[in-house]
Ligand binder design. Structure first.
Ligand code: AMP
Ligand code: ZN
Ligand code: FE
Ligand code: FE
Length: 280
């Protein structure tokens, strides 16, 4: 069983439609894929429609933008009720704030690199969650940078002169809301340095106390030492350890299945979630 529990489509900042992500998963030999677009469930139906002909099982999920002690923290939720009102309100508010924030960043960037909001919108599919990767794509289209990684290295960096934050719920509030919606909350890439500071082990313990179910231990942004530390921490706290690629199509170098999750961990996620894993 080959299981990848964190991927993005063009419903947020991935480059492939949900059905194409499912087809790519089949070609890569994956048995189970979780589609986890940022702050939305809009891609679930398209991915679900591809289960039968791709033969890939689907875990419906969302990567929720949150904040903890001023640090941007990503929380994966699996198998939550998509109609849950509290989660929907978080997603709506975050998506609106992401759009305003992207427009403010364009205004700042344009002082040095001429660029319009319409050029960014050309890079975003209708209804998709807007993120810095779409700004990167507009900068690439202008010829200012070669690829998304180059855009993130300076122009889009949180340490750079153009960065603006967006609203997000606190991580603890999001964990509680995910549980109330029947979802299974898993902390995404806690040691990834692309957001500046990382959450402390103390914070992770506090999140465990309010319902956190697991931690993404194996992730392309984690080195061997991070993985050893995190594996010890999740063992201490009695949490699940997951692994995933954080695939973004052509938007990032990492391929599907680059990191994977153990079948018995998936079984525990399935048992704790309100909605079913869709199987062919
Ligand atoms: P945002 O959600 O708007 O703050 O943008 C963060 C998103 O950009 C995350 O989903 C990352 O996967 C993506 N990202 C971060 N660093 C890079 C990079 N160097 N190359 C491509 N994508 C990146
Ligand atoms: Zn992303
Ligand atoms: Fe993330
Ligand atoms: Fe992600």
């Amino acid at each position: 069983m080959w299981i990848d529990l964190h991927t993005h489509s063009s419903v947020s900042d991935g480059t492939q439609r949900p059905a194409e992500v499912m087809r790519s998963a089949a070609l890569a030999g994956l048995d189970v894929l979780a589609l986890t677009d940022h702050d939305t469930t809009a891609g679930w139906q398209q991915a679900a429609d591809a289960v039968a002909h791709t033969g890939v099982s689907l875990v419906r999920g969302t990567e929720i933008s949150t904040k903890s002690e001023g640090v941007s923290v990503h929380l994966l939720s699996y198998l939550h009720d998509p109609q849950d009102e509290a989660l929907r309100q978080f997603f709506d508010r975050t998506r609106a704030s992401r759009s305003g924030r992207a427009q403010r960043m364009v205004e700042r960037i344009a002082q040095d690199y001429p660029l319009t909001w319409d050029e960014v919108l050309d890079q975003v599919e209708d209804g998709a969650t807007v993120g810095r990767p779409h700004l990167a794509d507009a900068l690439i289209a202008r010829g200012y940078v070669a690829d998304r990684s180059a855009a993130f290295a300076h122009i889009l960096s949180p340490a750079g002169p153009y960065f603006q934050p967006h609203w997000a719920p606190s991580t603890a509030d999001a964990v509680v809301a995910v549980r109330a919606a029947g979802g299974v909350p898993v902390l995404a890439h806690p040691r990834s340095l692309t957001r500046g500071r990382v959450v402390s082990d103390h914070t992770i313990a506090q999140l465990a106390a309010v319902g956190l179910a697991g931690v993404e231990v194996d992730h392309p942004d984690h080195d061997d030492a991070d993985r050893v530390d995190l594996r010890a921490l999740v063992a201490d706290l009695g949490l699940l350890a997951t692994g995933s690629s954080d695939y973004h199509g052509a938007g990032k170098p990492t391929g599907l299945g680059h990191c994977t999750t153990e079948p018995q961990v998936l079984d525990q996620i399935a048992a704790a979630g309100r909605i079913e894993i869709l199987r062919p």
